[in-house]
Each structure stands twice: as C-alpha cells, then as structure tokens.
Write a protein that binds this ligand. Structure first.
Ligand SMILES: Cc1cc2nc3c(=O)[nH]c(=O)nc-3n(C[C@H](O)[C@H](O)[C@H](O)COP(=O)(O)O)c2cc1C
Length: 147
C-alpha cells in the first residue's frame, strides 16, 4: 500500500458547492477502488492525503494533477505504508475556516506550513503524525455532532 500527499491552489472561481459535488464523485470512485484519505481546504488551498494500492494511487494522482479546478499541484510525500490512516473515510473533507474552534490546532499547523514549509511547526502535512492528528480531530468533531 501507498500514501501520497500534495498541496495545490484552488481556482478562484471554485466555490464550496462545486467542491462538494466534486467530492461526491471522488468518494464514489474511491469506494470502488478501495482508496481512502482526507482533503483539507484552507484559504484557497488544498492539501490532500490519499492511500491505497500503489498503482491506483499513482494513476489517480496523475488525473488529479490535470484537473483544471486547481493549479500548482505540488507533491509533498509518497510512502509505502502497512496500515491505513483513514480506513473509515472514502475521502474526509474539512474546510478549515475561522469558526470551527476545535480545529484551531490543525489550522495553526497548516498555516505555519504554508507560510514557511522548511521551518513550520511539527507535525506538518508531510508527516504521518499530522494525518493521525487530523483523523482524531475530525472523528471527535463528528462524534460530538452526532451526540
Ligand atoms: C483537490 C481535488 C481532489 C480530488 N480528489 C479526488 C479523489 O480523491 N478521487 C477521485 O476520484 N477524484 C478526485 N478528484 C477529481 C479528479 O481530479 C478527476 O476529476 C476525477 O478523477 C475524474 O477524472 P476524469 O475527468 O479524468 O475522468 C479531485 C479533484 C480535486 C481538484
């Protein structure tokens, strides 16, 4: 198994509704291809973590790179893995905006990473620890919502 992380800049005319529509299609494709992961949207930029069969991940990434809904697609990391981090999510999605205070920690990590990738706080999106923290925070958030 393989995981891959990239960042990109969303096209300015893409709205949350279009992201939502794109996500529904993506989740269906991911479900059929046993791909899981997480997509974060922060100040007009995407960070995505995808995991699954290596060949499938590479070919999905090739398609994602060509998608004209974003530009400046930059690969951050690609690693072989033994276990999934997002096994229960076809593609988790979070828009990191100012209101959701329970995700302030995540926002802090993401914003320092975008401002200064070499010298950002730890963990940052290139490391698996960052995605473990993200999973924990999103799981907690949705558990609270359903409580
Ligand atoms: C930020 C971003 C993340 C995406 N993530 C996925 C994904 O996880 N799975 C997926 O099938 N498509 C994803 N897509 C959509 C693909 O880029 C592409 O539109 C889709 O795979 C259909 O490809 P096709 O138009 O070549 O058939 C994503 C697009 C963007 C802009």
């Amino acid at each position: 198994m393989f995981c891959l992380v990239y960042t990109s800049v969303a096209n300015t005319d893409i709205g949350l509704q279009e992201i939502q529509r794109m996500l529904e299609k993506a989740q269906e494709f991911n479900r059929q291809n046993d791909i899981t992961g997480c997509l974060l949207f922060f100040k007009g930029r995407f960070i995505q973590y995808i995991e699954g069969d290596e060949t499938k991940i590479i070919s999905l990434f090739e398609r994602i790179k060509k998608d004209d809904r974003h530009t400046e697609v930059r690969l951050l990391s690609g690693n072989k893995i033994h276990n999934r981090e997002f096994k229960d999510w076809q593609m988790a999605f979070e828009h990191l905006k100012s209101e959701n205070s329970n995700l302030q920690y995540l926002k802090l990590l993401v914003s320092t990473f975008f401002e200064n990738p070499e010298n950002s706080l730890s963990p940052n999106p290139t490391s698996i620890e960052f995605w473990k923290a993200t999973n924990l925070l999103l799981t907690t958030k949705y558990a609270d919502k359903n409580a």
